[in-house]
Design a protein around this ligand. Structure first.
Ligand code: MTE
Length: 317
């Protein structure tokens, strides 16, 4: 086992080898697509920004707010993980302009009394928009503080009346290779999937985010609607959701399918359980020089630790 404590992990350190090799394929595709689309180099840049920026009205401040310096908007929107648009941090901000966040339909199905299909704005409308200032801790050991705008996931779930068979919730990202150029290649098994236990999904900290910094979500951050579960590693916070399904059995999530020995279902932030290839004890806050100590459950232990009472967190990683 190789445990790294370097100030920065290289891309090849955090990425399984077969994915690292596929990136070369993707890079070739992305550069030729950009040439075709624009007749020149760099044509994808800035298009994603054009769609964001719409101010969200009536956002309520809440006490769900960490008292730490906010990560600048520019970093939150240019240092991203969104493999549907490429696997380097700057790729999503360059390539996500092809995503069309409206019109957008969300399907709710499985073990619920009131399933249905909803246009995204209708889906959001019954809920007041709240600001939630949360830490986001990526499994790659960097972190940010993000002022999300969102709606409590638990309130959304109650509307659909889960039945006694609903023990887990599965979330699915859009599959549309024409809008998401990375999906033309098998970088990951598409569409991206995630899951939560029903009681985790009902926890008041879990939200569906529709914006950040008071504006509609930029495409690269998961427009028009994404999950945010602040006590778990960032990969649980699935972007651009089109389906919410209630199921009896624990669903598989994309990174678990990809590398089960490295990424599990729970993925709670835990400084005591290292990733097989690097330490999780510390993290680099984007914009800071000195590494910080990573906090148990990303600093939300007093609120969420009881969800895992009696569980071996080394086994359930
Ligand atoms: N959702 C989808 N559909 N595809 C992805 O590649 N990356 C995840 C998560 N959600 C990802 C995703 C990872 S690894 C992280 S750390 C966060 O999104 C990053 O969110 P951000 O780019 O808004 O900071």
């Amino acid at each position: 086992m190789l445990t790294k404590n370097a100030p920065d992990l290289r891309y090849s350190d955090v990425t399984p080898e077969r994915l690292y090799l596929r990136r070369r394929e993707f890079m070739k595709m992305a550069s030729s697509a950009a040439l075709v689309a624009t007749g020149g180099l760099g044509g994808f840049a800035c298009r994603a920004e054009a769609q964001s920026g719409q101010k969200l009205e009536g956002v309520r401040k809440t006490s769900f707010a960490v008292d730490e310096a906010l990560t600048p908007f520019k970093d939150i929107t240019t240092y991203n993980n969104f493999y549907e648009f490429g696997s380097q941090k700057e790729d999503p901000s360059h390539n996500a302009g092809s995503l069309k966040p409206r019109p957008w339909t969300i399907k709710v199905d499985g073990a619920v009394a009131k399933p249905g299909q909803f246009e995204v704005d209708e889906f959001i409308k019954p809920h007041a928009l709240e600001e939630r200032i949360y830490r986001l801790r990526c499994v790659e050991a960097w972190s940010m503080v993000i002022p999300w705008v969102g709606i409590p996931l638990g309130d959304v779930i109650k509307r659909f009346e889960p039945t006694s068979k609903a023990r887990y919730v599965e979330f699915t990202t859009l599959f549309s290779p024409s809008q998401m150029p990375g999906q033309r290649y098998e970088i990951l098994p598409w569409p991206y999937l995630e899951g939560l236990r029903l009681d985790e999904a009902m926890h008041p900290l879990a939200i569906l985010a529709v914006g950040l910094y008071g504006q509609a979500l930029p495409n690269q951050d998961g427009a028009p609607i994404r999950l945010v579960v602040p006590w778990k590693y960032g990969f649980k916070s699935i972007k651009s959701i089109v389906r919410i399904r209630f199921v009896e059995k624990q669903p598989m999530n994309t990174w678990q399918v990809m590398t089960p020995s490295e990424y599990g279902f729970y993925s709670n932030v835990n400084p005591e359980v290292d990733h097989p290839r690097w330490t999780q004890a510390t993290e680099r806050r984007i914009g800071e020089f000195r590494r910080r100590k990573t906090l148990m459950f990303n600093g939300y232990a007093d609120q969420v630790a009881s969800l895992y009472a009696g569980m071996d967190l080394r086994k359930n990683y």
